[in-house]
Design a binder for this molecule. Structure first.
Ligand code: TYD
Ligand code: MG
Length: 458
């Protein structure tokens, strides 16, 4: 067997003949690791099978519509981001930081699917069968008599169990611990992870098994991250959330059977993850009564508008020190830009102020439509004047302090109306585009920050 070595990026799987400090593809640093690459690896017996014969071409119009077979988990948020339930025979990747809740939700899904009579195999490579049972008891998932669990990391044995048990759904927790001795690179490496996932995927597809592959997002270059697998699978779901917050967002970044960028909001509690059906209400519920520096804005995730609370605090920096700029949930570079616009265009003296921006509930405001709210929160805290309580602020801020139009304006306004806000301050261009629609709530169009400032304070 001829063996050579190759360097692969653990974050995205990019391969190179020599070691690189920074990946040219995903731009991560220090993620390249050397691994043995044997040409025999691509000639796995399991892989070869699929080449023999193979299906004949058929007319596109005659193709059977297998997609319509959806297995409902009855966890509404989860079914929704998948596009209406788990597709039979589809392979999904469930990625996220360690400890964020991947195993928890997988067990909850197993429980729900088992309730509707489906057979589940949970391959737990990280936790013992007893540990998973204890977790299952907390989640109330123990009553089911069709969830099988096995603690195994050897790929060929996992395939054996799949053949023997013939489950409807299999969960691989996690792909980074699964290895095949036939592949020369070390367990957890890009080569192993990719090859094992490939073999499992082919087996699942050939047998109509729906598979969930769990992958930890890793920071070091020694273990391959889930991005390496994104192109192999049908659906890619990522769990996001700040470690200090109990809210978790499950985001579909790729979906061959539905729309991408759909999100589901969950909350981690004593009994596992529960759905948050009305996120806006929860994120706004703890807003302080008329306090300076607190403003409501909206983000649109997939097709879903959500209202968020932006908080800002400005405080005199200690004498001679370099002013601090901190941001949780809002892009740091964008914050610097907003501060520069306020200093230069509005003459605000922020150069000796520490500025802190926070998106309440551990959420992220990555939408440019949040700019105006961040700017107003900073001014409100700086001037110590509270902003009107029931107003929504949306607009992208440009470098000459102009307010630029944003996407999904109607969805955002409707959400504000639904939550009982009284007024929306929106870009003038968006207001003109509405041509008098959405009269149920007061709309004010603004062209620049100055105009917005005239409107927002109590
Ligand atoms: P877990 O699903 O094990 O994370 P992952 O598989 O993504 O690594 O989640 C572990 C965390 O969740 C752990 O910190 C404990 C917490 N947790 C709860 O708060 N409530 C629960 O009911 C469960 C099962 C876990
Ligand atoms: Mg886990």
């Amino acid at each position: 067997m001829k063996t050579k070595t190759i360097f692969s990026c653990a974050s995205c799987g990019y391969q190179s003949a020599k070691w690189l400090g920074r990946c040219p593809d995903c731009e991560s640093w220090n993620t390249f690791a050397e691994e043995a690459f044997s040409e025999a690896a691509s000639k796995q017996p399991l892989l070869r099978q699929s080449h023999s014969g193979g299906p004949e071409p058929v007319l596109l119009k005659d193709v059977e519509d297998k997609q319509s077979i959806r297995l409902k988990t009855n966890i509404g948020e989860f079914d929704r981001i998948l596009g209406g339930g788990v597709v039979r025979g589809a392979v999904s990747l469930l990625g996220g930081d360690p400890g964020i809740g991947k195993s928890t939700i997988s067990l909850q899904i197993s429980h729900q699917l088992a309730k509707s009579g489906l057979k589940i195999l949970y391959v737990s490579g990280e936790e013992s069968v007893q540990q998973t049972k204890m977790r299952g008891e907390r989640l109330g998932a123990m009553q089911s008599d069709s969830i099988y669990i096995v603690n195994q990391t050897d790929l060929s044995l996992v395939i054996e169990y799949l053949k023997k048990i013939k489950p409807d759904v299999v969960i691989i927790d996690s792909i980074q611990v699964i290895y095949s001795p036939d592949i020369s690179s070390s367990p957890g490496s890009v080569g192993q992870v990719r090859e094992c996932a490939n073999i499992l995927t082919q087996f699942a597809k050939a047998n109509g098994i729906s598979m969930f592959i769990i992958g930890h997002v890793t920071k070091e270059g020694t273990i391959a991250g889930p991005r390496v697998l994104e192109h192999i699978v049908d659906t890619v779901l990522y769990f996001e959330g700040e470690s200090h917050s109990s809210y978790r967002i499950l985001r579909a970044v790729k979906n061959r059977f539905g729309s991408t960028n759909e999100i589901g909001v969950f909350q981690m509690g004593e009994e596992g993850l529960s759905e948050v059906k009305n996120p806006s209400e929860i994120f706004l519920s703890q807003r302080p009564e008329s306090s300076a520096g607190s403003v409501v804005t909206s983000v649109v995730e997939g097709s879903r508008p959500m209202l968020l609370e932006v908080q800002a605090l400005t405080a005199r920096s200690s004498f001679g020190g370099y002013p601090a700029r901190r941001s949780e949930g809002f892009d740091y570079n964008r914050l610097s830009m907003m501060v520069a616009v306020l200093e230069k265009r509005l003459g605000l003296h922020l150069e000796n102020e520490d500025i802190f921006v926070n998106i309440a509930g551990g959420m992220r405001a990555d939408d440019p439509a949040c700019d105006l709210a961040v700017v107003m929160a900073i001014v409100s805290s700086f001037k110590d004047k509270p902003v009107k309580r029931d107003v929504l602020l949306i607009g992208e801020v440009g470098l000459s302090s102009e307010i630029r139009s944003v996407s999904h304006i109607e969805a955002r306004i409707n959400e504000a109306h639904k939550l009982g806000l009284q007024q929306c301050i929106i870009p003038k261009n968006n207001l003109d585009g509405l041509k008098g629609r959405l009269k149920q709530i007061e709309l004010v169009g603004v062209k620049n920050i100055k105009e917005a400032l005239e409107e927002v304070f109590v």
